[in-house]
Unconditional design. Structure first.
Length: 255
């Protein structure tokens, strides 16, 4: 009997079994699915997206930076997720987050390190609720919301552009602005938008312009205040606040 060969085979088999046990106990495999979503123009698109789960986010936790880090790409929230730390998306190509109908993600903060676009589905009932840290895009990255329900307890902020094309967007902040950009523009094409703050402005574009518009009769924009040297109503539209009408260029005190 070849004792050395038998021992070597036994060691290889033992190592393989140990590896399988470790993978089974610590690795959460990422499922990818084909999922529909609502585009900026209201049409339906389809993408292959990674199903986002609590386990995936927890495994991506970085104890040094005290947040979870995932690569960018296409993700879908299709169940209930509750996570009490911020989530950082890292990727040069940006992040696309689909909120499936009836799904809900509650998280401390969202920190995309590139452009991020949030989508809903046909019923628009998928929800993301960002609590203490809010949604904050690094540098001059853009934030786009096409549909779904987006709630932020500490504002939506970036140095780039913010575009809202639809859905329900609610922001409130104890300090700082509600929806704000330092160097970009804020464009609201549609949706039900509420932006309030206890300190600062509801909607603020420090060095850019604010454009306000509605697509559907049910759309509205409510802001506790505005700040920009260039505020206008979308071309060809007239907005009404119940007593006054607005069109063209307006000043912050009138909005």
């Amino acid at each position: 009997m070849n004792t050395k060969r038998t021992k070597r085979i036994f060691i290889v088999r033992a190592a393989t079994m140990l590896l399988m046990m470790l993978l089974t106990s610590t690795t959460v495999w990422a499922d990818q699915v084909s999922v529909s979503y609502i585009e900026a123009d209201g049409t339906t698109g389809t993408a292959t997206a990674t199903v986002l789960t609590e386990e995936m986010i927890e495994q991506a936790y970085d104890s040094t930076n005290k947040l979870s880090e995932l690569p960018g790409g296409w993700y879908v929230v299709s169940s209930e997720i509750n996570y009490d730390k911020p989530l950082d998306f890292k990727n040069e190509t940006g992040t696309h987050l689909i909120l499936a109908d009836d799904a809900k993600m509650t998280i401390s903060g969202i920190y995309p390190e590139n452009d991020i676009t949030i989508y809903g589905q046909s019923n628009g009932t998928g929800t993301i609720e960002v609590q203490s840290s809010g949604i904050y895009a690094y540098d001059n990255y853009n934030i786009t919301i096409n549909d779904g329900v987006v709630k932020s307890g500490h504002g939506i902020r970036t140095n780039g552009n913010i575009t809202i094309n639809g859905g329900v967007v609610k922001t409130n902040s104890d300090s700082g602005h509600g929806i704000s950009t330092k160097n970009g523009n804020i464009t609201i094409n549609g949706g039900k938008v509420t932006a309030t703050t206890n300190e600062g402005f509801g909607i603020c574009a420090e060095n850019g312009k604010i454009t306000l518009g509605c697509i559907k009769n049910t759309d509205y924009i409510f802001s506790s205040s505005y700040s920009s040297n260039n505020i206008s109503i979308a071309s060809g539209q007239t907005l009404i606040d119940g007593t006054r009408t607005y069109k063209g260029q307006i000043v912050a005190s009138d909005a």
